[in-house]
Design a protein around this ligand. Structure first.
Ligand code: ZN
Length: 309
């Protein structure tokens, strides 16, 4: 199996190719090391294979010039290659599991568990900071925000530096940034774009966010300007479908919802209302299921609830 190259050799270089996190998995990588010593920043994308702004942004970051770089930039632009090729929603086709629920993984588990374990044991230990680029999936519309491990002050700083206007302080879970937090690495999961569409503006927003973090870490010269849209820390409120049916959202992205407001309805094919979904707390709509069909138990939307509300 092909391994990732060393992150630090003291030689300015770009190494790229494919590596094998586990048998049957083959993913592209790019390791860019500057001549000057400095931190190692790991950037992943394509944990969800149909979140295209994130993948295209990571591919463009692979063109970073080693000249003038201090430290190492490691880019894994399409972690879930099988999902990218199959245009999967959420999961790795190899095992039907969501990699972003599998951390810290298992060395002898299924494909997604082994991939999570590889990131935990082979990638995060060499990282000083970690950025995981995402967006809304094929069935999700989304306004840009970031998520960081709420207990990590360093991660909160990175989320603010990244420059998206809202930062969700998240509880520990099975996602990539929780894995990084377990490994002691400050981490941010950035969300831009959705519905299977990639735009230059969305790609630019993610590329610029990574570059802002690189400036903050001293990997490239230059000051970090304040985030253009400010920065507000919120908590996630994610109402789920109690029943399967047709989903009719009542609010648009970024709408300022008040507690008690109707967020949407789930109806049967004859129009009978099966569930009316209301907001327990206030906050803007950060993302929303755009699929007409929803299965019981699935997330309908995410509200960014102001801390203290
Ligand atoms: Zn995602």
């Amino acid at each position: 199996m092909t391994r990732l190259p060393a992150f630090r050799t003291g030689q300015a270089r770009r190494e790229q190719g494919h590596c094998s996190p586990a048998e049957g998995l083959d993913i592209p990588f790019c390791v860019i090391e500057g001549a000057a010593p400095g931190p190692c920043l790991v950037v992943t994308a394509g944990v969800h294979g149909s979140e295209y702004c994130s993948i295209e942004a990571a591919l463009r970051l692979m063109a970073t010039d080693p000249a003038g770089l201090s430290g190492t930039l490691v880019v894994l632009p399409i972690v879930n290659v099988g999902g990218f090729r199959a245009r999967s929603i959420y999961v790795m086709p190899e095992d039907g599991q969501n990699l972003n629920r599998m951390f810290p993984g298992k060395p002898d588990g299924t494909a997604s568990q082994r991939l999570a374990d590889w990131l935990m044991t082979r990638v995060f230990p060499g990282a000083d900071a970690y950025l995981d680029l995402h967006g809304g999936d094929l069935d999700e519309a989304l306004t840009p925000f970031s998520i960081f491990p709420g207990a990590s002050a360093e991660s909160r700083v990175l989320a603010e530096v990244f420059g998206l206007p809202i930062g969700v302080a998240a509880a520990p879970g099975g996602n990539s940034i929780s894995g990084a937090a377990l490994a002691g690495v400050p981490a941010v999961l950035a969300e831009v774009g959705g519905n299977g569409i990639w735009t230059e503006a969305g790609v630019d927003q993610l590329v610029e966010g990574v570059r802002r973090v690189m400036r903050h870490l001293g990997m490239v010269p230059g000051p970090v300007a304040p985030a253009p849209g400010g920065f507000e820390v919120v908590a996630f409120l994610v109402p789920k479908a109690d029943v399967s049916g047709l989903w009719y959202p009542a609010r648009a992205l970024s709408d300022a919802v008040r507690a008690g407001d109707v967020l949407g309805e789930i109806r049967d094919v004859f129009g009978a209302v099966l569930q009316t979904v209301t907001a327990d707390k206030p906050g803007p709509v950060l993302y929303q299921l755009s699929s007409l069909w929803v299965n019981a138990g699935e997330a309908l939307l995410g509200l960014g609830v102001p801390t203290g509300a």
